[in-house]
Each structure stands twice: as C-alpha cells, then as structure tokens.
Ligand binder design. Structure first.
Ligand code: ZN
Ligand code: ZN
Length: 633
C-alpha cells in the first residue's frame, strides 16, 4: 500500500476519493454503492473497502452486522479498518460487543500482520472500561508501552479513563501524576492535554463518590476548562450539596471561564432547591445574553427553578414562551402549580397537555395528586388516581400512594387512608405512615395517632419524626409525664431532632439561620427586631400557640423558644435588611409550624409585606394577614 496516498494513522482519512460513499444518506443508498463497488471490482481496492466499512460502522445509518460481514471478507484488513471495527464495537450499545472488540484485538495481535497504532488503543481500552475488566486493561497498558505509545496524550488519557472506570484509583493516580508531572514539556499544547487528564481524574473521584478528594484535585488544577467547572458543579448538585454547587458557580463567575449550556443545566436544580431567585434570574439573563439557546431541557430547568424559588408567574411565562415542550417541561409547570396551591390551574394544564399531544408520565400524576391534596380536592384526586391506573395504564409507585394518603388524611377520611395503606400491593414505607400520622394530628385523632406512631417507631427506630409527633401529641393534651417518657426514650437511643433551618436570599447572598441562631453578624439587630415583632403581635391580640413545643417548660420559656424558630429569624432579618416594598422569600427545610404560620400572617399585615415561605411541602404566600394555603397545609 502506498502510504503517500493512504495514511492509516489519520482518523480523518480523506474520503474525498469516494464522494459517492460520503453522500449516502441511508443504509439502502450505502448498500447500493457497495453493490456497485463489488460489480466494478472496486471493492478489492483496500481504500475503497475501508471507506465502505467505515460508513457501515460509524455513520448515522450504521449497521454493525453489515460492517462485521464486510470486515470478515477482507483478506488483510489495514490498520484503518481494524480501528474502525474496534471503535464500532466498543461504542455499540449491544452488551456483547465490547467483548467482541477485545477478542478481535487479540486476533490482530496474534496475526501480527498489522501493528496497532495510537488510534487502536483508545477504542480497545474503552471496551475494557465498559466491561470493567482492569485485568485485561493492564495487559493492554503493557502493550501500549511495548509499542512506544506511553507518551501519546490521547492514549494516556484513555488509559487513565480505563483505570478510573474500572475503579482502580491507585493506578489511575500513578499514571496521572507521571503524565502531568513528567516530560518537562510545558508547551501550551501539553498544558491543554493536561487539563483533559485533570478533568478525567476529578470526574473519576466524583464517580466513586469521593467529593472531597475531587474538590482537592480541582483546587490544585493549574488550569481549568469549562468541563472542569461543570464536573464539580454537577457533582455537587446531583448529590445534595446544593450550597456547594451554587458557591462553585459563583466562584466560576470570578474567573475567566464562561459558563456554557451544561453549566446552566447543572446549577439550576441546586438554585431551585436553595430558592436563590436572584441567582436564578441571573442565569436566565446570562443564557439570553450569551445566545445559549433555551431548548426544552434548559427551559424545563428554568420553569422548575422559577416555581421552586417562589415565582410561579415567571415560571409560567418561561413555559409559555418555549417553542418546544416535552413531558418534563409540562411536569415542571404542573408540579409548580401544585406546590403553589393552584390545584385548579394544575388540572387545567393537564388538559392542555393532553390537547398538545404530550403523553403524561407517572411524575405528571404525582404533581396532579399533590395539587389535589394541597387544594383539598378529594373527588378529583380519586378519579385521577383511577385514571392513571385504568386509562393511562401506569403502575402507581409509592409516591402516588403517599399523595393519596395525604389527600384523604387531610380531608379527614382517616379510615379510608389507612385502608389504602393496608391494601397497597407494595409494602408501605415510613414516608406513607408519616403522612397518615400528620393527618391524625391535624384531625386530632389520638387513638390512630398513637397506633401509627408506634408502627413508625418499629419501622424506622432511628427517625426522630415519629417520636417528635408522639411527644407533641401528648404535649397538646398536657400529658407531661408521657412527653418526658418519649424524651427519655429518644435520649436513650441518642435520637436527635432534625435541626430546623431557614434561609433567605438578599442581594444575591444566602443567609442561613438555625433554631435560636445567634451566629449572624447582625444578631443584635435581628434580636431587637424579633422583640419589636412580638410586641406588635401582642398588641394585635395575638397569643402564641405553644402546643407544638416539645418541652415541658413554663409558658414564658415556651414563648421565647417559639420566637426563635428559624423562619421567624429569617423574616426579622429580611425586614431590617431590604427595601420596604420588596417581598421576602424564605426557604425552610421542615414543615412550617402553626405558630410561625399564624404570626407570619400577622407580620405580613403589620409590616405591609408580601412574605413567601417555602417549607418542605409547599409554598405559603402571606399577604394582608392571609396565607394562600387558606390554613390548609
Ligand atoms: Zn415555628
Ligand atoms: Zn400557609
């Protein structure tokens, strides 16, 4: 073969000699060209055969069976053809194909007619990664050394990736530090190659859940690309470290690497969870300014962010403007309406979704059922639940049963709710029993309350929720002896209450408060404000509701404990720190208590402020002394 014409090491092998192959749009067209090549005996030209193979193996109209058949007919496939078939098999979604790639590779090595080159190893190593076979990977590593390719950055990064994917962190690190440290090559190209390696190793640690190790490496990176930032941001966001994800996104803005589409998709869920509306709006503006197209995926993330940050109007605005909406977009709008207590609108959107020809998923029904639950729409809830099973043909998951129990329980249909739990085809979990427990408390059904609390304690003995509920129930009856027994039990088992926490975003900064928090830099002013609030509340004839305080202490102390619930501290801080017209947006990690709920209603009236509180379940929009939930939550 004339290497001046055909260079098998070039992955972008010019196919200009065979334009008829390149212009094929379908498998059928390609087969016709193939047949023509056979007829004209052109197929015996290794270049022509290699091109047809490449098109069978890797084009949009690829067909691995045809590729394999052609490859097997080749008497002495050239390196380009070997590499083509390796890559096609290594990247194939058929589970058996990566192994086939490895078997073929050993045939290539045994035949010894063609030597593998630097484009061979990445595909073969990929096959090892997909099989998770570090043993074979290691012997291929040996071959890389034998063929003198250990300094090729493309091959080295494939090796590092293979070790990481197979979970052999030690070898990955060894190779990584040798590659980024050694050679003494500090050229720009080498630096860029190093960024790829750094990204790989950071991502490898993320994959196995070693976030602090990943972060340590990230901080040590001499140079970071947008991929590096995205790896860390999405790692944090997807694993519940929302604060860290958002902080990292802010750090990114200080540097000279601009966020891209992937960055925005990764950070928006974290922003949504924290309720950081200002930052979310910034992301939205950024996308517009930098011409990052808002497609259905980014659009869904924006709709979700706006609704979780308390601005359902903006969520719906983004929703309406989206040219393309998928089922996730519709779900974001429907569950957004649900958590804002707009049950009727949620049902309306469901009808619109059907008219738009989008098939609802089981997540759609979670949104709908919780909309019914928040809105007290029992009949609609029941019929949607049946619709889901009988018309949509979807199997209800535990979440759907949870919504139904919640819906029935809140509406006072405790027996029906309990019956539903007992007749579920799947075993009920603690979340389901907890929602029944919550309903018992609202309905004041002490007998069922005790029964359910005991079931819960057996089920999740380490969970504070059932103990607190039981203890609060005894407290509301004034049975302090029973309260102290429950507390003793909790102490014996070393069970602590989930600490309540709230946060509020002001001028793009998140301020976090815990129960009885005195750590804030403006703690003194906040405290005076809390005093002022309680005086004004008292003048309005407000009496604190102290039945939900866990402790058996005298009235005065109980009242002061209530003053310091984190959502109240956040509201006090918001009142002294923001312009008098701007609404306050507070996020609380637990369910808002009755006392905070009724006092924030009054605060909204006294201070003429719109206050929006998102608790663990839903939004409360407080205005003119009323709440959007109509005290039903
Ligand atoms: Zn409270
Ligand atoms: Zn409310």
């Amino acid at each position: 073969m004339n290497s001046a014409i055909y260079n098998p090491t070039n992955p972008h092998h010019p196919s200009s000699q065979f334009p008829q192959i390149k212009t094929c749009k379908t498998l059928k067209e390609l087969q016709q060209v193939h047949a023509h090549f056979i007829k004209t005996r052109q197929i015996h030209d290794p270049l022509a055969a290699a091109e047809v193979l490449r098109s069978y193996a890797l084009s949009n109209h690829r067909n691995i069976e045809h590729a394999r058949a052609l490859f097997n007919q080749m008497k002495t496939p050239n390196c380009f053809s070997w590499n083509t078939i390796f890559r096609a098999l290594a990247e194939s979604s058929v589970p058996e194909h990566p192994l086939e790639a490895l078997l073929l590779f050993s045939r290539m090595v045994c035949d010894g007619l063609v030597a593998p080159n630097k484009f061979t190893f990445p595909s073969v190593l990929k096959a090892c990664s997909r099989l998770g076979n570090a043993q074979v990977g290691k012997s291929i590593h040996g071959m890389v050394v034998k063929f003198g390719l250990e300094c090729d950055e493309f091959v080295v990064s494939s090796l590092v990736r293979m070790y990481l994917m197979c979970g052999v962190m030690e070898d990955a690190h060894l190779l990584f530090s040798r590659s980024v440290g050694g050679c003494g090559d500090s050229s720009e190209k080498k630096q860029e190659g190093n960024v790829v390696l750094w990204n790989l190793i950071v991502d490898g640690h993320v994959r196995v859940g070693e976030f602090s190790a990943a972060r340590e490496l990230f901080d040590r990176m001499p140079q970071r690309s947008v991929v590096s930032w995205n790896a860390m941001i999405s790692a944090y966001a997807q694993n519940g470290f929302f604060r860290e994800a958002v902080d990292m996104f802010r750090d990114m803005q200080i540097g000279d690497v601009l966020p891209n589409y992937v960055t925005l998709i990764s950070v928006l869920p974290a922003i949504a969870r924290l309720g950081a509306l200002d930052l979310g709006e910034w992301v939205h503006l950024f996308a517009g300014k930098h011409k990052i197209g808002i497609d259905d995926v980014l659009g869904s993330a924006l709709v979700d962010m706006y609704s979780k940050c308390g601005s359902i109007e903006k969520a719906l605005l983004v929703f309406e403007q989206l040219p393309k909406k998928n089922v996730i977009t519709w779900n974001a709008a429907i569950s957004g309406l649900a958590i804002h207590g707009r049950g009727k609108d949620a049902l309306h959107y469901f009808l619109k979704m059907g008219r738009a020809g989008v098939v609802p998923s089981d997540v759609t029904y979670i949104g709908l059922l919780s909309a019914c639950s928040h809105g007290g729409m029992v009949e609609q809830g029941r019929s949607l639940f049946n619709h889901m099973i009988n018309v949509a043909g979807l199997e209800p998951r535990i979440e759907h049963y949870g919504c139904m129990v919640d819906l029935l329980g809140r509406a006072g249909l405790l027996e029906e709710a309990e019956e539903l739990i007992l007749n579920m085809p799947i075993p009920p979990d603690d979340v389901i029993w907890k929602s029944l427990l919550g309903a018992c408390k609202i309905q004041g059904n002490i007998e069922m309350d005790q029964r359910v609390a005991k079931i819960l304690m057996d089920m999740a003995p380490r969970d504070s929720g059932s103990y607190v509920a039981l203890s609060n129930m005894y407290a509301s009856l004034g049975n302090w002896e029973a309260v102290s027994n429950v507390r003793m039990l909790m102490k014996d088992m070393d069970i602590r209450k989930d600490p309540g926490g709230s946060w509020i975003e002001l001028d793009g900064v998140l301020h976090e408060f815990l129960v009885e928090d005195k750590s804030h830099s403006r703690a003194g002013e906040i405290h005076s404000m809390l005093e002022e609030i309680s005086n004004k509340l008292r003048l309005q004839g407000y009496k604190p509701n102290t039945t939900q305080v866990l402790l058996n202490i005298d009235e005065e102390e109980k009242q002061s404990a209530l003053h310091y619930h984190s959502e109240k501290i956040a509201v006090a801080f918001g009142l002294i720190s923001s312009a008098s017209q701007s609404p306050l947006r507070v996020v609380k990690n637990l369910r808002i208590c009755e006392d905070c709920h009724s006092s924030i209603k009054l605060i909204s009236k006294i201070y003429k402020r719109k206050i929006i509180v998102r608790d663990r379940k839903r939004f409360h929009h407080f205005e003119h002394g009323l709440c959007s939930c109509n005290d039903y939550w």
